[in-house]
Each structure stands twice: as structure tokens, then as C-alpha cells.
Design a protein around this ligand. Structure first.
Ligand code: ADP
Length: 334
């Protein structure tokens, strides 16, 4: 008998153009995982409402995120690729899990505190319970592995806490979900200004988007912060230089990286040359994906079919889970 495949779940918010962080933190893992796991990947439209209540751009963004995932290599025939709001069971499970999440622990979440700081006018309850909704998304399919970037580490810890509370209170329904990356360590793709991570909606000039034109990529990379170079051999790298090497590691050949490492260590590095090389390798990496996205987006009917088929697959798994949940919770009265 064929061994049952482990279940994988992850999602990306449709809050703007996807960037290198989304690619290396999440999608590159999705693409590998689709070959060996039972995968559920969604466009997290409900999550986006916590910070982006204006829905004028939402539909276009949902289609774009779908197209970008497919252009990066996700195969809708191999995975369930769907939209979060097409699974009504998500809301039901979210409600039950909210009874297991305490205000104090939610208020301590780093991403919540960051978002409150960025937007003090819109501290809504959805923002506070973001990690609860995320837990519902994951365990709705009884997923074990969650491919995400390093910024999601704390959310995954919370997902384990809520899952364990449920299992403890009502019986073992769910496996404990864990964050996953093929390289063991979770990835953080730094922003080009040396401040924090690349992100869809913040620091746009310091983020490389999969939709950026060649000229824009070159412009952004050439503006990355550097200095006049090390004055001592084998000196430790300042954070902003370390970040540039981190970006080189994503797209340059090992020989190129070694060349600039050697130049750095013997104090002969020319950051202008390094950035030109990095810009060229970034263009070679991003341009083919950008061109594929443009072609996929032209076929709106095709994308609709993909979304429908994805929702059908995901609904089957969600319905089965919720049957078990209601039974475990004693909510089955007939
Ligand atoms: P964003 O923060 O850009 O809005 P999302 O919250 O939609 O992105 O996250 C989608 C996925 O991309 C998550 O798995 C997240 O961990 C990953 N991700 C986002 N930014 C980065 C980054 N700079 N480096 C690594 N992974 C990232």
C-alpha cells in the first residue's frame, strides 16, 4: 500500500507584489514540497483585511499572487491552490480556537506590536487574533509542515500552543505544525537598505519585487548601502554588507561569491563591481519569472478555473477535519 503523504500548508497575503523574500522564504520551498507532500497553498485574502481594509485592489492582487505562485513553478494539478475566503470552515475553526487563545499572549506577539506601531489608527481585533486565524488555516487540513520565512517563527510557535491546547482539552485531533525550510534554517531575506526584511508593503525601494523591470532592479541594487571598504584583513562585515552577501548567496554562483569574499578579506573589494554583478544576476533571476507572470495573468478564465479546482480540493479536506472537530468538542447533537 502506498504510504500516506504528510500534509503541508502555507499562504501568502494578497497585499501587493511578491518579492524575493516571499520567493526564498516560502515559494521556493512550496515548489520542492509539491513533489513529495500533500500540499495546500492559499492566497490569504482574509488576513489581508486586518491591515488593508480597502478592497478596491483586492481582486487584482488575488489574481496576481496566484499567477506569481504558478510562474515560480507551483503546479495547480499537484497541489490545492486556493483562496482563503473560499473555505467557510476556516471561520468556524477560528471561532473555536479563539476560545483557546488568551489576550495577554496575543498582545505580546511581535508582529502585532509592530503593526500597532505602524498603524495606531487601526488596531482591530482581527489584527490581535491574526495568529489564531493562521492556526485555523494550518490545522484545518491537519498539516504537519508549514513552509514559511523566519518572520513567521513566533506565529508557528503560537500555532503549536493553540493546537496543543485543543488536543489537550478535546482529544488528539491535530498533529503539531512545524515551520519548514529545506535548508533547516528559516530564511530572512534582508532589505536593501540594511533595515529589516524585504516586504510587500513597507520599504518598497529596498525590496526587489518579482514584477520589477530590469532597470528598476539595477537601480535598487546600485543604491544599496555600502561604505569605503574594510581597512583590516579578514574584518567582520558590518550588517549592511553582510546583507548584500546574503542576497548574493541567493542568486550568484559559488565562484562569484568566493571571488568577492576573497576581495573583501584582502581589502581589495570594489563595491561598485560587486553591486553590478549582483544586479546582473538578479535581473537574470527575476526577468523570466516576471515574463511568465505577465503571460499567466492574461488568461483570467484559466486562473478562475484553477481557483475553483483548488477550493474543491481544499473543501474536501476541511469538511473532514471539521467533522472530527465537532465530534471531539461534543458539538454533534444528532
Ligand atoms: P509580506 O511580509 O511581504 O507581506 P506575507 O506576510 O504575505 O509577506 O508572507 C508570505 C510568506 O513570505 C511567509 O511565509 C513569510 O514568512 C515569507 N516572507 C515574507 N517576507 C520575507 C523575507 N523578507 N524573507 C523571508 N521570507 C519572507
Amino acid at each position: 500500500m502506498e504510504k500516506k503523504k504528510d500534509i503541508v500548508m502555507s499562504g501568502i497575503r494578497p497585499t501587493g507584489f511578491l518579492h524575493l523574500g516571499n520567493y526564498f522564504g516560502a515559494i521556493s520551498n512550496y515548489v520542492k514540497m509539491q513533489e513529495e507532500f500533500n500540499c495546500f497553498f492559499m492566497v490569504a485574502d482574509l488576513h489581508s483585511l486586518t491591515t488593508h481594509p480597502d478592497t478596491k485592489e483586492l481582486k487584482a492582487n488575488v489574481y496576481r499572487v496566484l499567477a506569481e505562485n504558478i510562474a515560480c513553478g507551483l503546479d495547480p494539478d499537484k497541489v490545492a491552490l486556493y483562496c482563503q475566503s473560499h473555505l467557510s470552515e476556516t471561520a468556524e475553526l477560528y471561532l473555536y480556537l479563539n476560545m483557546m487563545a488568551y489576550k495577554g499572549e496575543l498582545e505580546k506577539t511581535t508582529t502585532f506590536k509592530d503593526k500597532v506601531r505602524l498603524n495606531p489608527e487601526n488596531v482591530n481585533a482581527g489584527l490581535l487574533t491574526y495568529p489564531v486565524l493562521q492556526t485555523a488555516d494550518i490545522i484545518l487540513h491537519r498539516a504537519k509542515y508549514v513552509p514559511v520565512g523566519k518572520d513567521q517563527e513566533q506565529h508557528l510557535e503560537m500555532a503549536r500552543t493553540f493546537t496543543n491546547r485543543f488536543n489537550h482539552r478535546y482529544g488528539e485531533v491535530f498533529p503539531e505544525p512545524v515551520a519548514f525550510n529545506y535548508n533547516q534554517k528559516l530564511v530572512k531575506v534582508p532589505s536593501l537598505d540594511g533595515e529589516g526584511k524585504m516586504s510587500k508593503s513597507e520599504s518598497q525601494l529596498a525590496t526587489l519585487y518579482l514584477a520589477d523591470s530590469d532597470d528598476m532592479i539595477i537601480k535598487k541594487v546600485m543604491k544599496a548601502k555600502t561604505d569605503s571598504g574594510p581597512s583590516e584583513k579578514n574584518a567582520p562585515k558590518p550588517d549592511y554588507i553582510e546583507n548584500i552577501f546574503t542576497l548574493m548567496n541567493l542568486v550568484c554562483t559559488p565562484a562569484t561569491i568566493q571571488h568577492f569574499e576573497d576581495d573583501y578579506n584582502n581589502c581589495s573589494i570594489r563595491y561598485g563591481d560587486l553591486k553590478k554583478q549582483l544586479a546582473c544576476d538578479m535581473v537574470n533571476f527575476i526577468a523570466p519569472i516576471r515574463n511568465k507572470v505577465d503571460a499567466i495573468l492574461k488568461d483570467e478564465d484559466g486562473l478562475k478555473q484553477i481557483m475553483k479546482k483548488g477550493a474543491e480540493k481544499a473543501n474536501i479536506s476541511a469538511a473532514e477535519t471539521m467533522k472530527q472537530v465537532r465530534k471531539a468538542m461534543g458539538l454533534n447533537y444528532f
